[in-house]
Design a protein around this ligand. Structure first.
Ligand SMILES: NC(=O)c1ccc[n+]([C@@H]2O[C@H](COP(=O)([O-])OP(=O)(O)OC[C@H]3O[C@@H](n4cnc5c(N)ncnc54)[C@H](OP(=O)(O)O)[C@@H]3O)[C@@H](O)[C@H]2O)c1
Length: 296
């Protein structure tokens, strides 16, 4: 017998969260810029997620910018006591929707205050420092200066816990030497397996790993093996991809993004999906460090 994943939790610092959470990025307009196409729909998705038991929502003030934080506040404030809202700092949007680094002490301090104001909070549960050394993924470079700024804001009581995002293993080790790191949020899914060793090291250290693009992000996962396992189990390929992540390691917490109520329900149901050894070995064979043999 296996234990049901839906009731299982892990900790982000001292805050317990269910392993199936929700990522709010997809609620902003096209290109994560501007207002949503369907504002009422976006508010409904957020409320439905929390009503279904989601207590971990991922956001950033640079989604929109400000759009997802405003939606979260409108839909959910006053917030349930157990809700953990995780945000990110380190980037700024240009007027042309570009994503630009914002790593100076002034930028980071302003970003923390903007998140507090737009979410309507006195303290942020978790703030991820999001590296922007390269537009294409993690790239080496010291994070000492920006992380020290966040650690100072934590000492001032504005941040409860600190995480890292889009970081290399070297940067994670550097960060852990500067302040306690409660989670790492990097690009990872059944096809994009570059962080396998990092996930295992973080699990051994009791640090949560939160994969972004769990369903492939802007290029949805497609693979004949994913389809095959899903059809054998009578579920969808996206549910199978989420269940694989939950089985991959007990320190993984999920934040799949959707603006669709139907997809939200489908994703939440994946928390109860059990994969057997044959399913797992078939799915394991999909991945590679940079995306394996994934299509589209
Ligand atoms: N730290 C970082 O640098 C970083 C970067 C990217 C994202 N993130 C965070 O990670 C979260 C998750 O990433 P993501 O939303 O970009 O990518 P994702 O969860 O991999 O995929 C979202 C896409 O999949 C679709 N989708 C969701 N559920 C589906 C289902 N059951 N069936 C079919 N399609 C489905 C969504 O479209 P529909 O709306 O039509 O369902 C959306 O286009 C974000 O919300 C954000 O909070 C962080």
């Amino acid at each position: 017998m296996h234990s049901t994943i839906s009731s299982s939790t892990l900790h982000l610092g001292d805050r317990p969260v269910r392993r199936m959470g929700y990522g709010a990025m997809q609620l902003a307009g096209r290109g994560v810029f501007g207002p949503p196409k369907d504002r009422d729909g976006a508010l409904s998705v957020l409320r439905a997620a929390v009503e279904a038991g989601v207590n971990h929502i991922d956001t950033s003030d640079y989604y929109g910018p400000h759009v997802t934080n405003h939606l979260i506040r409108e839909a959910l404030a006053p917030y349930p006591d157990d809700l953990v809202i995780v945000t990110k700092v380190g980037a700024r949007r240009g007027d042309d929707a570009s994503w630009n680094p914002a790593f100076s002490p002034e930028d980071l301090t302003a970003a923390v205050h903007d998140n507090l104001r737009h979410l309507g909070l006195d303290v942020l549960d978790v703030v991820n420092l999001r590296s922007m050394f390269s537009a294409h993924g993690p790239a080496e470079g010291s994070i000492e200066a920006p992380l020290t700024v966040l650690a100072d804001l934590q000492r001032q009581g504005l941040i409860r816990h600190i995480g890292l995002s889009n970081m290399t293993p070297t940067q994670v080790r550097e960060g852990q030497g500067i302040c306690p790191i409660v989670c790492v949020q990097n690009h990872y899914n059944v096809a994009h397996r570059g962080d396998d060793a990092l996930i295992d090291a973080l699990a051994a250290a009791g640090v949560a790993y939160v994969p972004f693009f769990p369903l492939g992000g802007f290029s949805r996962l497609q693979h004949s093996r994913l389809d095959g396992v899903a059809s054998r189990l009578g579920v969808t390929p996206m549910q199978t991809a989420l269940a694989w992540l939950l089985h991959r390691s007990p320190n993984i917490a999920l934040i799949p993004g959707t603006a669709s109520l139907a997809h939200l329900q489908e994703n939440l149901a994946a928390a109860d999906l059990w994969l057997g050894p044959d399913d797992l070995s078939e799915l394991d064979a999909i991945g590679g460090p940079t995306g394996g043999s994934i299509g589209a």
